[in-house]
Design a binder for this molecule. Structure first.
Ligand code: DAH
Length: 345
């Protein structure tokens, strides 16, 4: 084929493209033209390209150059037409998926099992008259220790057992200073914050994260959750504490639950107990509790002759794990969706 003939075919093609693409008005028509000119199988450009093989060897560079120019020109005519019509909707026909294939169903997200547990606990305690409150996760030593009657030399304040922060405020302070800041090691801090800011009587719970530098294993994790409870009124007694914890346990774990108090010690309660639930044939420890220590009331200028109260702190992970039969706390925090999807609501 002569060079001239080849160039003529290209010229015809480009002028036809200019005429038709310049006036095309619908997406369907545009798509038809796209297939006609640049379709991968039988497009006009493809057919002309095949003729290139028949051009004399010395003429090939010129023919090839012109072919490329025409191809680019047609492409930009297509682009212009797409933009003019409001394009984007033009889909390459070759890339259309098989419309008969079953669709991919998007998966719905869901709440983390601990979040579900927290909501559940709030609901149960709400029915018992406890209002949910919150406190900060970054605390000062006043709320985490001092006001809770935890003396300066108490091992609970050891830097090795807490995440003290290198904040500007704390830069020059030691863990013994009132100003030192830390990630709270217990939600008992919220007891103090609530008694500081709200009038008595009080009946609150607070659910949230606490932090301790424990090496992770099946039962320990450096971050976990607690449910703190506090009831302060004129004549609150240990008997009420026991009733509340039993009602809570039967609601959460179901029918056959019993509560046992074992004598213990916490600086902020007197007397103090550890709380066990009898469940599925064994005693399981869930946390601590007791009657608010008069020293705590004193820090807050509350008259302990007039007011009494009980407090408790339970481990949320423990409750969640018992209920669902989870045996390793780390499973909760691996973010493995295969594990988490089992808790779809
Ligand atoms: N704060 C205690 C802990 O983290 C748990 C606790 C014990 C909370 C006794 C209380 C309480 O409110 O009265 O181990």
């Amino acid at each position: 084929m002569s060079l001239q003939n080849f160039l003529n075919s290209l010229d015809e093609l480009v002028s036809e493209a200019r005429a038709t693409l310049g006036s095309v008005e619908t997406n369907d028509a545009l798509e038809a033209l796209r297939v006609k000119f640049v379709g991968a199988k039988n497009g006009a450009l493809k057919s002309v390209q095949k003729l290139l093989g028949a051009v004399e060897v010395p003429d090939k560079p010129a023919a090839g150059k012109r072919f490329n120019e025409v191809r680019d020109a047609i492409q930009s005519l297509l682009d212009d037409a797409t933009a003019r019509i409001g394009g984007g909707a033009v889909v390459k026909s070759e890339s259309l998926p098989d419309a008969t294939l079953p669709g991919l169903r998007p998966r719905l997200g869901q709440l983390h099992p601990i979040t579900q547990t927290i909501e559940h606990l709030k609901e149960i305690m709400g029915r018992l008259g406890f209002t949910a409150t919150e406190g900060p996760e970054i605390e000062d030593t006043w709320h985490n220790f001092v006001a809770l009657n935890i003396p300066e030399d108490h091992p609970a304040r050891d830097p090795l057992d807490n995440f003290y922060l290198a904040t500007a405020k704390a830069a020059n302070s030691s863990p013994q200073d009132r100003d030192a800041m830390l990630l709270r090691s217990q939600t008992s801090t919220v007891q103090i914050r609530v008694m500081e800011s709200q009038p008595l009587p009080l009946r609150i719970i607070s659910l949230g994260r606490v932090y301790r530098p424990d090496a992770p294993d099946a039962t320990h994790f450096p971050m976990f959750h607690q449910m703190e409870g506090l009831w302060v009124d004129r004549n609150v007694t240990m008997a009420q504490l026991k009733s509340v914890l039993r009602l809570f346990a039967t609601s959460y774990l179901g029918g056959d639950v019993n509560v046992r108090f074992r004598p213990s010690f916490f600086p902020f309660t007197e007397p103090s107990v550890e709380v066990d639930y009898w469940w599925n044939g064994q005693w399981i420890e869930f946390g601590g509790a007791g009657m608010v220590d008069p020293n705590v009331f004193q820090h807050l200028n509350i008259d302990s002759e007039k007011w009494s109260g009980f407090a408790f702190g339970l481990g949320v992970e423990r409750l969640c794990m018992r209920r669902y039969g989870i045996t390793d706390i780390r499973d909760l925090y691996r973010s493995d969706v295969r594990f988490l999807r089992q808790f779809a609501q």
